[in-house]
Design a protein around this ligand. Structure first.
Ligand SMILES: [Fe+2]
Length: 271
């Protein structure tokens, strides 16, 4: 893939997104959140490409995927005023629809286009389909990790801002800010399981789900970055200081540090 192709796509993305902004500040703020998230996800993807030693062409495909992975978010928010897929539409499938209708990937090699479309479709799915392999699997794993890295940045910033200024709610809070954590969610986190979005009842459940993402992280390089940037500590700080949460904290750190303990050079060679 040519370098110019990447730049063309960035221009297309800027132009596509700018068409959604209007006079509603609430909508604008939320759109900006995802616009900036898409660009920062590219930065996280650059980190993964470099750390894992991905070859140049696949690296470019991965960058295109990072830029476009949430392309369905803009139509979703303008239409439904929510990023909650359960209350609106599956934003991953909507993203694929946008890519096809806009024909933005039209002059890509069909195999590359399929690779990108599938990774966009799978980036938000609870678990990747079992038979996925080769570059399809690798690209899906990469976008899921890059996406999580930036979402963890976004939510930790957001929780701090919300704590200092609860009235200043410029973004949607999807769950009630109650002191409880649902026992089902705590149990799943302690058992090292991924948490189903449909089980969430409170904002603290959401925070637990974000902690439990570590179980779904594909690359040690991602876990190292999560650890270095202190995302886990920052999320735990907002959870109630109960015995159960202390257990969760211990389990999460043990899991991450065990995985990080492996040889990072080995990971590079496996790719
Ligand atoms: Fe997404």
């Amino acid at each position: 893939m040519e370098q110019e192709k990447l730049q063309e796509l960035e221009l297309w993305f800027n132009n596509y997104v700018s068409g959604f902004y209007g006079s509603d500040e609430y909508i604008n703020n939320n759109l900006k959140l995802k616009e900036e998230h898409s660009r920062r996800t590219c930065q996280e993807m650059r980190y993964l490409i470099k750390t894992l030693g991905l070859e140049d062409n696949l690296g470019k495909v991965a960058l295109v995927t990072a830029l476009l992975h949430d392309v369905g978010r803009f139509e979703q928010f303008v239409k439904y005023r929510t990023y909650n897929d359960f209350k609106s539409v599956n934003h991953c499938l909507l993203g694929v629809k946008v890519l096809r209708e806009s024909k933005v990937l039209e002059d890509f090699d069909p195999a590359q286009r399929e690779l990108i479309e599938k990774a966009v479709e799978y980036h938000g799915i609870k678990e990747l389909p079992k038979g996925l392999n080769g570059q399809h699997l690798l690209l899906s794993q990469l976008i899921r990790d890059a996406d999580k890295l930036d979402v963890l940045y976004v939510v930790t910033e957001y929780y701090a801002r919300y704590k200092n200024n609860p009235e200043d709610l410029i973004f949607e809070l999807e769950f009630p800010d109650l002191p409880e954590c649902s026992s089902q969610v705590v149990k799943a986190t302690l058992a090292g399981q991924r948490i189903d979005y449909s089980c969430l009842k409170t904002l603290n459940d959401m925070r637990l789900l974000q902690l439990a993402w570590v179980y779904d992280v594909n690359f040690t390089a991602t876990l190292r970055r999560i650890r270095q940037r202190g995302f886990l500590e920052k999320i735990i700080e907002f959870l109630p200081k109960t015995g159960k949460i202390l257990e969760v904290k211990k389990a999460i750190f043990e899991y991450v540090d065990n995985r990080i303990g492996g040889d990072s050079q080995k990971e590079r060679l496996q790719i």
